[in-house]
Ligand binder design. Structure first.
Ligand SMILES: [Zn+2]
Length: 500
């Protein structure tokens, strides 16, 4: 490192530098928890799930046993795990294992008892033919369990998990995150972390749960810092394709008569979007099925001027008719997509049928018609941006994903994917003038990587490693042994003091 005219300079010895990635849709609190829970991604059978659960429970010191990532489609038994499966392994401590999509979970009998869900009438408790709860929970029942976990998470634990997620983001080359479905407790924890550290390792843009956008949220909206700002509220118009709860205009092809369900009716969606406008909050609405996207856009249309100005966001937009793309273009709203869904939802052609397959994840069409941001929905998908770039550019064509055959024309180029993941996402967060590009006058958020992605194959792009991450000119991550010199040791010291 040397100093020229009072500026720190560092030699990167010919390494590639890119603008830092901006992941516009992340569940930062769940990510922190996920990084510290049982990872069930890729589990191949209920037997394997039980073994992993048993091993984890034996080591885990926390009372609640939390896990995430199973998918009944990849289980040998081709069925949902049940509470009886879990009871065989852990019966005394509460166990909650969330499905890969986050919209369903299986719990053990202990959880059903302690939450009163076993005999109550809360909707979303799935039952077998004999009428007994199976332990699989969706919707309201799942929310009940989540709030119980939330109540029992101490504030110190929350701060620790959020800090863990922020440090992990920096390690992945993600320099700004859109934190969706943020609770007031998590916002307060972030504020305390920032007050203690003077700055957060990466920039956080917050989308509060609508019920929590009260006085505290509005104060935070007015008094944001470069590292922590409240942007808006996050709403849910429907569920997921995985759990067949995304709202489609025609029934699921593999579940006749079922078109999914609206999480919020049209009237309440309109009311909450209008209220967000009045408070100056950007509305980010989860809408996966085409009917949910339609309801969302109609709600945005009722406040058209504000939707354009505040750039209300459609999150996911997984099944998208061409009339809806046109409506998005006309309204000037932002659209936030997660290319890695293509890899996880490998069964999607069966769900929606061959005729509708061409409407699924149409990223190229979207990029040509609207302002598009990329994201991962982490921990739903891996936070590693290179996996998302690989998914966006190949669409599973090299991984036997059936959707590719129906939508090969929707592959993004590498250049488009990188642009949308940086400047595109900055647009979704209303900050394209400051973030997302390496230009004079922009903020110095950048990432140093081990290869030039334009000079290698897409398989190699997927394996790109981050060597160092800088936020606001400050080094917030260095890969071990990279030999790069640091900048501004002072801010580094403050950040490392926060590690645990
Ligand atoms: Zn999400």
């Amino acid at each position: 490192m040397s100093r020229i005219l009072g500026l720190d300079t560092v030699s990167l010895r010919g390494r590639t530098v890119l603008p830092g990635f901006i992941d516009a849709h992340v569940h930062l609190d769940s990510l922190g928890a996920f990084l510290n829970t049982l990872n069930l991604r890729g589990v191949g059978s209920i037997g394997e799930l039980k073994t992993r659960l048993g091993n984890y429970a034996a080591k885990s010191l926390s009372r609640w046993i939390l896990g995430r990532g199973w998918d009944q489609e990849t289980l040998e038994e081709k069925r949902y795990p049940t509470r009886w499966d879990l009871d065989e392994v852990v019966s005394e401590r509460p166990v909650v294992l969330t499905r890969v999509c986050g919209h369903a979970a299986v719990v053990n009998t202990r959880v059903l008892e302690m939450t009163g869900l076993i005999g109550g009438s809360v909707p979303g408790v799935l039952k077998n033919e004999a009428g007994a709860p199976t332990g699989v929970l969706v919707g309201k029942a799942l929310e009940t369990v989540r709030s119980r976990i939330e109540e029992q998470t101490t504030f110190q634990e929350r701060k620790k998990l959020l800090m863990y997620a922020l440090a992990y983001s920096a390690s992945q080359g993600v320099t700004t995150v859109g934190f969706v479905s943020c609770s007031s407790a998590s916002l307060q924890a972030l504020q305390e972390l920032e007050a203690g550290l003077k700055r957060l390792p990466v920039r956080v843009r917050v989308y509060l749960n609508p019920g929590e956008a009260g006085e505290m949220g509005l104060q935070a909206l007015k008094h944001g810092s470069p590292f922590l700002q409240v942007n808006g509220v996050k709403l849910f118009a429907d569920g997921s394709l995985g759990a067949r709860s995304a709202l489609l205009s025609k029934p699921y092809s593999d579940s006749p008569g079922n078109s999914g369900c609206a999480n919020m009716g049209e009237a309440s969606l309109r009311a909450v979007v209008k209220e967000a406008c009045e408070k100056g909050l950007q509305a980010a609405v989860h809408a996966i099925g085409d009917k949910a996207v339609e309801n969302t856009l109609k709600a945005f249309e009722t406040v058209a001027e504000c939707s354009r100005r505040l750039r209300h966001r459609v999150e996911h937009a997984s099944v998208l008719r061409s009339d809806l793309v046109e409506m998005m273009r006309r309204l000037g709203v932002a659209v936030v997509v997660q290319p890695h869904f293509i890899m996880t939802d490998w069964w999607v052609v069966n769900r929606v049928g061959v005729e509708r397959a061409g409407l699924v994840y149409p990223f190229k069409t979207l990029a040509e018609n609207v302002k598009l941001s990329l994201s991962t929905d982490a921990p739903v998908e891996p936070l590693n941006p290179w996996e998302t770039v690989y998914a966006a550019t190949t669409r599973g064509g090299r991984d036997d994903i059936p959707l590719y055959q129906h939508t090969a024309g929707e592959c993004l180029t590498l250049e488009e994917a990188l642009h949308l993941y940086t400047e595109g996402s900055a647009y979704g967060l209303l900050e394209e003038g400051e973030l997302g590009s390496l230009k004079e006058g922009r903020l110095a958020d950048l990432v140093v990587v081990d290869k030039d992605p334009f000079n290698v194959s897409l398989e190699e792009v997927k394996e790109t490693r981050v060597l160092a991450t800088f936020v606001d000119g400050c080094r917030v991550f260095t890969a071990g042994g990279s030999g790069l010199e640091g900048l501004r040791e002072q801010c580094l010291k403050r950040l490392s003091a926060a590690s645990f």
